[in-house]
Design a protein. Structure first.
Length: 188
């Protein structure tokens, strides 16, 4: 019976954690960061701490009522599983939606009653995604904020260059490109 209670608790808690985490995206914490993935990780940590405290209080109440099925290890297992599931979902779906060209194209085609030609998709992409949504500058600024690139004056001209962190990131991309046999044209 204890194992069933514990399994039930794990499931309910993980669902509750996920619900609170998704709800937390409605908070305006853009003052911390406006990079979506960093915002997601920050919120994940904040929710984990908040709900860890909640679990400690729940355990304390259960002990007072002489209902002991929630051990300290169960609290940490539940938190860890909740964090891993939500981090996986964050990276796999919302981050992809926020920055994917494929998602943009699917959205444009969904909003077109008669479809779009390849040249119309391309022109709409350039006009909206690149210019109106300022996608290029957004990604450029993200890389400056993350420390992968920096501005320098070279030959009296302002240029962007890779930092040591950026060079390390590039090497990691190359390693994963080889490990997963991606054959990306983006990494020559």
């Amino acid at each position: 019976m204890k194992k069933f209670k514990l399994l039930f608790f794990y499931c309910i808690y993980i669902l509750f954690f996920s619900f609170v985490y998704m709800l937390s995206f409605r908070l305006d914490i853009s003052s911390i960061t406006n990079i979506f993935t960093y915002k997601g990780v920050t919120l994940l940590i904040m929710v984990a701490i908040l709900l860890l405290l909640l679990l400690i209080v729940i355990r304390y109440i259960l002990i007072k009522k002489n209902i002991i099925f929630l051990e300290i290890k169960d609290i940490f297992i539940t938190i860890l599983i909740s964090i891993l599931i939500n981090a996986f979902i964050l990276i796999l779906i919302p981050t992809t939606i926020e920055r994917s060209i494929s998602v943009y194209m699917i959205n444009r085609l969904n909003n077109s009653e008669n479809g779009l030609s390849k040249s119309e998709i391309e022109q709409t992409f350039i006009d909206e995604y690149v210019y109106e949504f300022d996608a290029f500058n957004k990604r450029l600024n993200e890389q400056v904020i993350t420390g992968n690139i920096t501005k320098k004056v070279i030959d009296s001209e302002e240029k962007y260059v890779l930092t040591n962190k950026g060079k390390f990131t590039y090497k990691l991309f190359r390693i994963f490109n080889e490990l997963y046999n991606i054959k990306s044209i983006l990494l020559n």
